[in-house]
Design a protein around this ligand. Structure first.
Ligand SMILES: N=C(N)NC/C=C/[C@H]1O[C@@H](n2cnc3c(N)ncnc32)[C@H](O)[C@@H]1O
Length: 444
C-alpha cells in the first residue's frame, strides 16, 4: 500500500509539472503568432524607402507611393515582406524597397559606366550603326555653311567621330570634344590623324566638371539609351546645356520622342512559355509561371519588332524638347495612349522605340530625323519589348487604352522602371475592362 501511495504521489507531481510546461509552451506559441501580426514580439522593425509606387491586390498586400517610409517587421520570405505603413499591415514586394543605409557608394556607378566605354567594344557597336552615325554626318553636312565660325561642343564624343565630321565637313571656329572615359587617349590621336587638331580640342573630363574658354553655339551629343533614357546620360547633356550653351544656342538632337505600339510576339511567347507544355512527351507546364517571371519580368532590349507584328498605328507617348526640358522632369514621365486594333491577333505586349530630331541652323531649313522604329532601317538599339503575363486575343476595331510611366530610380540614377497600364474595350462593348498594370525594372 505504501509503495502504491508513493507511486501515486509521484504520478500526480509529474502530471502537474507536465501540464504547467504545456500551458507555458502554448502561451509562448500564441504570443509568437500574435506577435507576427503586429510585430511586437519581433525585433525592432526596419525602415525602408519605397523606390516605386505599388498598388497592392487583395487585402493581404499594402499599397504605397514612391518615397514612402515602410516599416518591415518580417523579411523571412525573399520576395514579400510583412510590413506596416501608417498603421496598416500587409505584404509588400521587397524589390520595390531600398534600405537607406545600404551603402550606395555611387548611384551613378560611374566607375563601371566609364569603364565600359574605355574599350573599343561599345564604340565599335555604335560606329557600326550606320543609320545612327550617318544621321549625325548628314546633320553636320547639311548645316556646314551655318556652322562656319561657330563654337560646337560634342558631349561624350567617344572616338570623336562627330567632332571629326565638324572639322572635316564644315568650318567651325572651334569644336570642344568632351570624353570622360579612357577611350579619350585614342581620340587624341584620331584628331591628329585626320588633320583636325587646329579646330578640335579634346577635354578628357566629365562634362559636368568642365572649364571652357567660352560658351558654345551648338551642343551636339549622341546620348540616347534603351527606351530613350536608360543610362540617363541625358542629365549630363541638360546640365551642360544650362551651364555652357549660349542663349538661343542649338541643341542636337533638338527634340526626342518615345513611341509605343501594341504588338504580337508569337516567337518569344512560344519559345519561352508554350515550350514547357509538352517536352519530349513530358508535362513541364508547372514551370510556365517560373519562365514568365524569369524571362518577362524585365523589358527585352534589342528586340527586332516586325512591322506585321504591330497591331495598330504606333503613337508618340513622350516628347522631350531638349531646349526646355528640365532634369527634374526626368524623375517621372507619363504618356497616355489609345490604340485602335487594326487586325485580328494576339496582344502579347507593347514595343517601344525612340526618334530624335535635329533642327536646321538655317531658318526654315529641313529638320533631320533618326527613327529607331520597326519601319526604319534597324539600328543597334532595335526596339524594346514589354511582355504581358497573359496574351490577350484582339479583334479589328478593339480599343486598347492606357498609360506608360517612366520612373527614374531614386537611388540607382542610371536606372528606371517602366510601368505600363492598359485596358481593353472590344468593338461591340460599351465599357473598358478594368485597368491592369505591370512594372518593368530597367534594370533595377
Ligand atoms: N548610350 C549612348 N547612345 N551613348 C552613350 C555614349 C557615351 C559616351 O559618352 C561618354 N560620356 C557619357 N557621359 C559623359 C559625361 N558626363 N562626361 C563625359 N563623357 C561622357 C561615355 O564615356 C561614352 O564614351
Amino acid at each position: 500500500l505504501c509503495l502504491g501511495r508513493e507511486r501515486f504521489n509521484l504520478f500526480v507531481c509529474l502530471s502537474v509539472c507536465l501540464s504547467a510546461f504545456l500551458s507555458v509552451y502554448l502561451s509562448v506559441c500564441l504570443l509568437e503568432m500574435n506577435g507576427d501580426e503586429s510585430g511586437e514580439s519581433n525585433p525592432e522593425p526596419e525602415e525602408f524607402i519605397a523606390l516605386e509606387d505599388f498598388t497592392g491586390s487583395g487585402a493581404e498586400q499594402l499599397s504605397f507611393a514612391v518615397g514612402d517610409r515602410i516599416l518591415i517587421h518580417d523579411q523571412s520570405c525573399a520576395d514579400w515582406w510583412w510590413a506596416e505603413v501608417e498603421g496598416r499591415y500587409g505584404y509588400v514586394p521587397s524589390g520595390y524597397l531600398h534600405h537607406p543605409d545600404a551603402e550606395v557608394e555611387d548611384g551613378w556607378q560611374d566607375e563601371e559606366y566609364f569603364g565600359s566605354y574605355g574599350t573599343l567594344k561599345l564604340h565599335l557597336e555604335m560606329l557600326s550603326d550606320r543609320p545612327r552615325t550617318e544621321t549625325y554626318r548628314q546633320v553636320i553636312l547639311s548645316n556646314s555653311t551655318a556652322l562656319r565660325g561657330k563654337v560646337v561642343m560634342d558631349l561624350g564624343c567617344g572616338t570623336g567621330i562627330i567632332s571629326l565630321f565638324c572639322g572635316r565637313l564644315a568650318e567651325p571656329a572651334a569644336v570642344y570634344a568632351v570624353e570622360a572615359s579612357a577611350v579619350a587617349e585614342h581620340t587624341e590621336r584620331l584628331v591628329k590623324l585626320n588633320g583636325c587638331e587646329g579646330v578640335v580640342t579634346l577635354f578628357k573630363s566629365r562634362a559636368e566638371e568642365l572649364n571652357l574658354p567660352s560658351k558654345v553655339d551648338v551642343l551636339v551629343s549622341e546620348w540616347m539609351g534603351n527606351c530613350l533614357l536608360f543610362e540617363f546620360m541625358v542629365e549630363s547633356v541638360l546640365c551642360v546645356r544650362d551651364r555652357w550653351l549660349k542663349e538661343g544656342g542649338m541643341m542636337w538632337p533638338s527634340s526626342a520622342t518615345l513611341s509605343l505600339v501594341p504588338c504580337q510576339a508569337d516567337d518569344d511567347y512560344s519559345q519561352k512559355v508554350e515550350f514547357w507544355e509538352n517536352l519530349y512527351g513530358l508535362d513541364y507546364s508547372c514551370l510556365q509561371p517560373v519562365a514568365q517571371e524569369e524571362f518577362f519580368s524585365k523589358p527585352k532590349f534589342s528586340h527586332q519588332l516586325k512591322p506585321e507584328d504591330c497591331l495598330s498605328t504606333p503613337c508618340d507617348v513622350i516628347t522631350l524638347d531638349m531646349h526646355t526640358v528640365k532634369v527634374s522632369d526626368l524623375e517621372k514621365l507619363r504618356g497616355e495612349f489609345q490604340f485602335t486594333v487594326e487586325r485580328r491577333g494576339t496582344l502579347h505586349g507593347f514595343s517601344a522605340w525612340f526618334s530624335t530630331f535635329f533642327q536646321s541652323l538655317d531658318e526654315g531649313g529641313p529638320t533631320l530625323e533618326l527613327n529607331t522604329g520597326p519601319h526604319s532601317e534597324p539600328t543597334h538599339w532595335k526596339q524594346t519589348l514589354f511582355m504581358l503575363d497573359a496574351p490577350i486575343p484582339v479583334e479589328e476595331g478593339d480599343c486598347v487604352g492606357g498609360a506608360i510611366i517612366l520612373h527614374r530610380n531614386p537611388v540607382w540614377r542610371r536606372h528606371m522602371s517602366i510601368t505600363i497600364e492598359w485596358r481593353k474595350k472590344s468593338r461591340n462593348e460599351a465599357a473598358f475592362s478594368e485597368v491592369k498594370s505591370k512594372r518593368f525594372p530597367m534594370w533595377r
